[in-house]
Design a binder for this molecule. Structure first.
Ligand SMILES: [Fe+2]
Ligand SMILES: [Fe+2]
Length: 425
């Protein structure tokens, strides 16, 4: 018995494990003009890579390893590869692969085998010459039915990119739970994000749970060199030119104050929002953003709400006040004060938000030049209310920004809006 056990322990443990090494389709994350993130799941310690080129047969492909400089980012669950130095508005083809690694110490490491996904995928980078067409989903909360419906609707719309506007999570304590949400969701279309690039504006729930404190393990940041040193920690904020559209992604962070005793001093939403204000100020000045005829911003918690019962998220110290219907932020007055004037000055036409699980349209008014759309929630059993899952589609055609709100419960278009181009001043 012992002899057999010794023999077994003499073998590489990883060799014993059978089955596939690559256990998910790739997901395109943090879509940009000159870079793209490719993330996939593995079942054992692996050194992952992407082969990427402009020719469909990949005869011109280069191999990009996971991680950055110095050492690769071997991992036994999630492989993250950031492709940089890409050309804007250009189609690329790619495959994913991984070496199975045995690691027994600093001088005892070897490759046990190699696996490549046989599929060749492709994507288009962002850019002024790219198509001005996006879709937004939000508050999916790991509910597979509404998420599956959203993914199918997106496949029909075929936008250039998708903005996942927060609350993808509930409370996630493990990397495995996070992988299930983004990389191996229980929906039919497993490769939902292999050719459709995603951007992410986290919601309050995407901060909840020990694993979500390191969400970048499954939703990678952009590389530090893709932004200025002051903004290195703002790895998911985006300011992207996509045809005639400029798309701005912000993170409203938690729906409770940092001072709320429930949070035990473990959150720093306040300084995070202020850091994003400086980033936003500069992003809006960038030539390709400033000159875009349409400016649309995305964030999870609404920046406007005219219902006096709705908690504005700045009730110190513990978010509690009997005049409000909830003891957490229903909308974000602090973010509205920090970001609203900058968006206003930049001529923003529309802010798309989420969080309330009820679809709503707020027309511009009272000194606010931008409209707001609040996306619906994951509920599938309230057909007569405003609580239904949505895909919000935006497309520039015939000199207008058309917004189509798809109701996933009825399968019909809920509403349509049309926005004029900015007046050039
Ligand atoms: Fe939510
Ligand atoms: Fe939320």
């Amino acid at each position: 018995m012992l002899k057999a056990a010794e023999r077994l322990s003499g073998m590489d443990k990883e060799q014993e494990s059978e089955g596939k090494l690559i256990v998910s389709a790739p997901m395109l994350q943090n879509f940009a003009a000159t870079s793209m993130g490719v993330v996939f799941a593995v079942s054992a310690l692996a050194n992952g890579y992407v082969l990427v080129g402009e020719k469909p047969d990949l005869s011109d492909a280069r191999k990009v390893l996971c991680g950055g400089y110095r050492v690769t980012d071997i991992d036994d669950r999630v492989i993250r590869v950031r492709l940089t130095g890409l050309k804007p508005a250009t189609r690329y083809y790619y495959r994913i692969g991984a070496d199975r690694i045995s690691y027994k110490g600093g001088y005892q490491m070897k490759i046990l085998g190699n696996e490549e996904d046989p599929n060749t995928y492709s994507f288009m980078t962002a850019g002024e010459a790219a198509e001005a067409h996006f879709c937004v989903i939000n508050d999916t909360h790991a509910r597979w039915e509404p998420f599956g419906l959203a993914v199918e609707k997106i496949a029909v719309c075929a936008p250039a990119c998708v903005i996942w506007n927060g609350d993808a999570s509930n409370v996630e304590e493990t990397v495995e739970a996070q992988m299930r949400i983004f990389l191996t969701p229980e929906i039919e279309r497993k490769d939902y994000a292999s050719e459709m690039p995603y951007l992410f504006c986290p919601g309050n729930h995407d901060n909840r749970g020990m694993a979500n404190r390191h969400l970048d393990r499954v939703w990678m940041f952009r590389q530090p060199e893709e932004r200025q040193p002051r903004d290195w920690d703002l790895g998911r904020n985006f300011a992207i030119r996509q045809g005639d559209l400029a798309l701005i992604g912000l993170d409203t962070a938690e729906d409770k104050l940092d001072t709320n005793p429930k949070f035990a001093g473990l959150f720093t939403s306040g300084p995070y929002r202020e850091a994003q204000t400086e980033w936003l100020r500069d992003a809006l000045q960038r030539e390709e953003i400033r000159t875009a005829p349409y400016l649309v911003a995305f964030c999870h918690i609404p920046l406007f709400d005219d219902n006096p019962r709705h908690n504005p998220g700045d009730v110190a110290p513990a978010d509690s006040d009997p005049q409000y219907s909830t003891d957490f932020a229903y909308w974000q007055r602090t973010c509205a004060r920090l970001w609203g004037p900058l968006l206003e000055e930049a001529g923003c036409q529309l802010v798309i938000t989420a969080h309330q699980h009820r679809y709503r349209y707020d027309a511009p008014g009272n000194g606010r030049s931008w409209a707001q759309i609040v996306g619906g929630g994951p509920e599938m059993n309230e057909p007569d209310s405003d609580s239904f899952p949505t895909v919000i589609e935006g497309i520039v055609r015939q000199g207008r920004l058309e917004i189509i709100v798809h109701n996933l419960l009825t399968g019909r278009v809920q509403s349509q809006f049309s926005f004029q181009a900015k007046r050039r001043g």
